[in-house]
Write a protein that binds this ligand. Sequence first.
Ligand SMILES: O=C(O)CCC(=O)C(=O)O
Ligand SMILES: [Fe+2]
Length: 224
Amino acid sequence: MFSLPVPSRRESLRRQFTADGYVALPGLISPTGLAELGREARRLEADAVRRDFRMPCMGDSPRHMTTLGGDRIARDSPVIARLYEDRDLMGLLSSLLGEAAVAVHDPVERHVLNVLHRPGDTHGAHTDDYPLALVLFLEAPPHPADGGLLEFRPGRGDLGALDGPGVHRVHHRPADGYLLRSDLTAHRVTPLGRPGLRRTVLNFAYTTPGRQGATTSSASLLYD
Ligand SMILES: O=C(O)CCC(=O)C(=O)O
Ligand SMILES: [Fe+2]
């Protein structure tokens, strides 16, 4: 399912991750994995819920997207639930973090599906409850000018930093992944620019030993 970076590349990826709180993992999903996860996501999307609101605990930043929480995903997609606990994948994440990465206990937040599919759809500014977000791209707008870009500000957890200098803006393609130090790095997804675009991701959240429990109400508002 995954084409994991070879061990000899991991030290330089770890250094990038430590420096920026972000590391790109292009082509992380194998071609057969992308086909299978795409089928799973299309099936799951039928039960996903449209969300249009502002997130009170995240500076009233906008959410315009369709989501499905992890408890529903685990029930309806054993493939994704198994993949989340893949030993080789968690080994990679541990080596990039420089300490053990472990599964999140909360069944809602451990793996979620986020679909942006209407013009203006956006996942507004926030930080996550858990330290690691592995985001897997199943669909993405073809061109950076179409929107759906990840914006983040290395080393800054305050959401206002996203409107200042030093913001990184990244385009991803289907089958790409990235790892984000998501509790300490303010991030958001820019609005889709025109009709006909879709951006579908799975977000796998991981934590460190002994650190469990949500710190904000944001996940319950977005996924319950
Ligand atoms: O879709 C993305 O690239 C970011 C997702 C995200 O930030 C989240 O699910 O918390
Ligand atoms: Fe996030």
